[in-house]
Design a protein around this ligand. Structure first.
Ligand code: FES
Length: 73
């Protein structure tokens, strides 16, 4: 699926770049995503954050479970 219509950047491209460790700024520089009209930026950033290694997945925690840090366990 094309995420950035202006620059024809797909979700697969963004995901592949994120998994390889590229920052969002690097993806913008290399592929031009979200550098024209900007309407794709929130979607592109969300996709990047889901795929980037090393980023916390705490935001994916189910809302019906209380947060428990390792220090409190
Ligand atoms: S859709 Fe990505 S910059 Fe316009």
């Amino acid at each position: 699926m094309i995420v950035c219509v202006c620059r024809r950047v797909s979700d697969q491209t963004i995901a592949r770049c994120a998994r390889s460790g590229m920052d969002f700024d690097d993806i913008q520089m290399e592929h031009g995503v979200a550098t024209q009209c900007g309407k794709c930026e929130s979607c592109a950033r969300a996709l990047w954050s889901e795929c980037a290694p090393g980023l916390s997945v705490a935001h994916l925690q189910k809302h019906d479970e209380p947060f428990q840090s390792a220090a409190l366990a």
